[in-house]
Design a protein around this ligand. Sequence first.
Ligand code: GLU
Length: 322
Amino acid sequence: MDNIMATDRKELIKGRFAPSPSGRMHLGNVFTAVLSWLSVKSRGGEWLLRIEDLDPSRSKRCFSELIEDDLDWLGLEWDEGGLEGKGECGPYCQSERGIFYEEALCKLTAKGLTYPCYCTRGELMATNAPHLSDGRVVYAGTCRPERLEKGSVEGKNVRATRLRVAEEKITFCDGIFGETVVDLSSEVGDFVVRRGDGAWAYQLAVVVDDAMMGVTEVMRGCDLLQSAAQQIYLYRLLGYDVPRFVHVPLLCNSAGQRLSKRDGSLNMEALRKEMKAEDILGKIGSLAGLTEQAKRLNLHDLLELYDENRLRRTEREYIVLE
Ligand code: GLU
């Protein structure tokens, strides 16, 4: 009996959409949501909505409500999660899940893998470590306990708790970007799992949540491709099964800039005034490479057309809007 249940659980495909409620969704957020919904629904799977409101200064309940309203308007139903908290694996808002992050952090600490970091932002930026294209700095391991001289941090504030990374290359096969290799120590460095003010870091929270919620497929924007390696490292340390990763291209405006929640012209408020849901879904179908040109489509049409192998694979990470 146990075996049968274990097999059943294994076979359930579960995808998720995990927006941060820091503004109205733009077309790029919706693009990711639609593709992840199609990906699991085309294989009879389930789709979960998790509200990633870890940052209290940027997250607002009204944005979570608008996200739900926009998903409803598009016809994207979630089987689990959301503000109402439908399902067995809740709570589904990260702000209510601190106890689980605490447990995970304790496990990492018990393995001797975490340490307090005293570096200020200014000190981090001033190190000679390479800066990544997105502005992040590869942490040089300055506060690793074995490197600190006795008494050197006395009176200093703890700015973060960091996870020690191994000299290890993480290799995984992304559903769109294919084989991806990230050398954790030279490309990332020891990374933050909790901020000095107590706020939980995205990398830790997302792994704990996806694992505890039984997510088998993580489909999201390719700005998080490298993060997948950090997350795989955490999955292994915490003893969880690693999900399948699929990173989709990010959308840019006609000036070649990534859409941001502040980019008013392509946010859902403006789009819903001008377009019907089927126009937006049609546009997403053509941007993704599922149709030759934009034509009105409903979700059912898109489901028929959906094939991950047909998703447009751009050399650059972005699709420029015409
Ligand atoms: N909360 C993140 C965002 O809105 C997405 C994280 C993820 O999908 O792993 O950008």
